[in-house]
Design a protein around this ligand. Sequence first.
Ligand code: PBG
Length: 326
Amino acid sequence: MAFPTTRMRRLRASPAMRGLVRETELRADRLVLPLFVSETTSAREPIEAMPGIERLSIAAAVQEATEAAALGLGAVLLFGIPAEKDREGSGAWDEDGAVQLAIAAVKQAFPELLVITDVCLCEYTDHGHCGVLRPDGGVDNDATLELLARTAVSHARAGADIVAPSDMMDGRVGSIRTELDAEGFVETPIMAYAAKFASTFYGPFREAADCAPEFGDRRSYQLDPGNGREAVREALLDASEGADMMMVKPALAYGDVIRAVKRATRLPVAAYNVSGEYAMVKSAVATGYMDERATVTEILTSLHRAGADIVISYHSKDAARWLSQG
Ligand code: PBG
């Protein structure tokens, strides 16, 4: 006699049968491609820590958007790197800033391609923290809220489809929602980095965006990797303040959090497969011991299986290309 499990394994030898019973399917339109738009890059500038990823001029960002649209990706996620940084991070809400100009240029070229923007101050402050500093060096939560809201409104005004606050200040979703509504952007959704852990996996990003904190770390406002329940509590708070989608970051080591946040909030959940996760795959592939396509496919599939509706990945273009090749 054959056990049902044996039968299933044998059935999966046929591609049609495999398709019939597959639980999780990768799809290009659920992948989001992050782009680094820099005010000081004239075309493209490689990022050493992230092979294959570049800092982009606005024109180059539009070229990337062209590819993203052609590959059927779900969205691009824009980060800005300003020419000048200051104490408050005023470049974040500059209407002629790299992100604001890039949003307009991408939306003009591809009105159908969704543009998500990272709303944070750390790329714009000279000290590299995600908010305004108090005299004692800590981040002033409440003073930061107003600046984040101003930044989100400037993105919406430039044409952003979704704003994604990544700072982890308390109350930011509510204050951004209030400001967006007051300025007439009642239909602009907020994707909240609801569960953002204080992680070593952001290392390459900090080189890319030149935003490593000048002193200290981000542990006073980002989550402790040991705390899953606290992550759910943060997510519920963001939901109660009006978040429309949730994000969990990093992704790979946090499958349980992805699942828990989805269950608790019932909102769409995005998993951010961050820079260090990308760099790790790239170096493993460089040794020749791991195959890039197989590795990335397994990782992205597992994030969807954990419960992510959306995956943000530096591998998005590759994955979409592989999917189209079958
Ligand atoms: C903050 C922000 C960071 C990332 C996304 N938004 C860096 C940080 O918190 O230090 C990291 C993303 C990545 O590592 O790919 N604006």
